[in-house]
Write a protein that binds this ligand. Structure first.
Ligand code: ADP
Ligand code: MG
Length: 251
């Protein structure tokens, strides 16, 4: 059984940086992510994609969500990141109910609190490796020399420091995915979301990418969700859930 967040943090309050440096205090914080009775329907004449989803993810947890193609895994991730709105239920990120925020406020919260590794990478081919990784810091207004310092640390952490000045378009799939991971965690998000991050990689690059993701969830992010249809990949997380037409169940 998990402890419920006991704090009565006013809605909209930001979690201070001190919470991350204080693992004991983290238990008193609200869950990193909470889904309550979440449902999504794309069209009134089609059945709901899913409904009644409940989930809680606390500081330090790494969860894999598996499911067949088309069950709504990417849709679910978009809802969690505030990139799309649900039709029923609520998403709470760091205790903040996204439905109470306008689109601009959701964007600001997402930039600060969420890191996203997309299935198709979304790495910008004509930027250098270091420019790609520095992007989230630019968006948050982090200035030099702090921006370069944090970017360089991140490039080393994922093993691509020697490639810093190269253009992303010149690199292999595995190297590009390292850029995507570095970029997703460089701002130390509370929540790291990865949508089938190894779908386009050979087995050896996939294994390295999964190990790197797990290490980054445990060191640079508060909690993580890995979307995958591979059980081998899912087993690199702490626990596995399966999404199907009946909802989200332990898998
Ligand atoms: P998964 O990631 O599990 O493969 P998706 O979330 O991408 O599934 O899609 C689930 C279903 O929702 C699919 O049938 C897809 O065609 C449909 N869908 C996804 N995005 C949209 C959209 N923006 N508008 C309408 N239908 C969508
Ligand atoms: Mg998908």
């Amino acid at each position: 059984m998990r402890l419920e967040g006991g704090g009565h943090r006013p809605e909209g309050a930001l979690v201070g940086a001190g919470a991350l440096a204080d693992p004991a205090g983290a238990l008193a914080e609200p869950a990193v992510l909470r889904l309550e009775n979440l449902g999504k329907r794309y069209s009134p004449d089609r059945p709901a994609l899913f409904a009644g989803l409940d989930l809680e993810l606390r500081q330090g947890e790494y969860l894999a969500i598996m499911g067949e193609s088309g069950v709504g895994k990417s849709t679910l991730l978009n809802l969690l990141a505030g990139l799309d709105r649900p039709d029923s239920g609520r998403v709470l990120l760091e205790g903040v109910d996204l439905s109470t925020l306008n689109d601009d406020a959701v964007t600001l919260l997402r930039r600060r609190a969420v890191g996203f590794v997309f299935q198709a990478f979304h790495v910008l081919p004509y930027l250098s490796v270091e420019e790609n990784v520095a992007l989230p810091l630019d968006l948050l207004g982090v200035k030099e020399p702090e921006r370069s310092r944090r970017t360089a640390l991140m490039l080393s952490a994922v093993g691509i420091a020697p490639l810093a000045r190269r253009h992303a378009r010149e690199l292999s799939g595995g190297e590009v995915q390292r850029i995507a991971i570095a970029r997703a965690v460089v701002h130390r998000p509370r929540l790291l979301l990865a949508d089938e991050p190894t779908g386009n990689l050979d087995p050896s690059s996939a294994a390295q990418t999964l190990a790197l993701l797990r290490a980054q969830v445990k060191t640079n992010a508060g909690a993580g969700i890995l979307i995958t249809h591979s059980r081998t990949a899912a087993e690199t997380a702490d626990r596995i859930m399966v999404l199907d037409g009946d909802g989200l169940k332990p898998g």
